[in-house]
Ligand binder design. Structure first.
Ligand SMILES: [Ca+2]
Ligand SMILES: [Ca+2]
Ligand SMILES: [Ca+2]
Length: 158
């Protein structure tokens, strides 16, 4: 519930009472502030190594009161052969419920390798609470490994 402000005008004093000015009384009712929850809309994501930049959205749900900020980071931070390590802060203004987007640049190498797993985690939230999906598990599927095998003429003639 938002805060409300209204005015009460004092008039018609009885029994000889007098009204000192101002005759308007401002009444402010402090509503309950609902800042909402911050999180991802899923807990797992699979992406291909050759997708280059991929984006992940972070949502503010169940409230919009006040400014809210949250930090994001990649776990483990040592996964820098497969993506560029990024971290930062997302901020929502008072009343803002737009999704915020994290862009993560993937590094597309030519190596045959197994799938790589990492997480993006939200932390250090201020003025709100984390939703249940505050961590998203991401698997990078190697595109070299998932290509159909190429066979050379020399192999066929063997
Ligand atoms: Ca790789
Ligand atoms: Ca590749
Ligand atoms: Ca690769």
């Amino acid at each position: 519930m938002p805060s409300e402000t209204f005015f009460v005008r004092l008039f018609n004093p009885k029994n000889g009472a007098t009204i000192s000015s101002p005759t308007y009384l401002t009444v402010h009712i402090e509503g309950q502030s609902v800042p909402g929850l911050i999180g991802f809309d899923s807990s797992d994501l699979i992406i291909a190594e050759n997708e280059s930049d991929f984006s992940i959205d972070v949502y503010r749900t169940a409230g919009k009161d006040g400014e809210v900020s949250v930090d994001y980071s990649i776990i483990p931070a040592t996964i820098n052969e497969d993506l560029e390590n990024i971290s930062g802060t997302l901020t929502w203004a008072d009343g803002d419920t737009d999704k915020k987007t994290i862009i993560i640049p993937l590094i597309n190498d030519d190596d045959f390798e197994s799938d790589e797993a990492f997480k993006i985690s939200l932390s250090a939230i201020s003025n709100a609470k984390l939703a249940s999906n505050y961590t998203i598990n991401i698997v990078i599927k190697d595109d070299e490994n998932n290509k159909p095998p190429t066979i050379t003429i020399a192999e066929i003639l063997k």
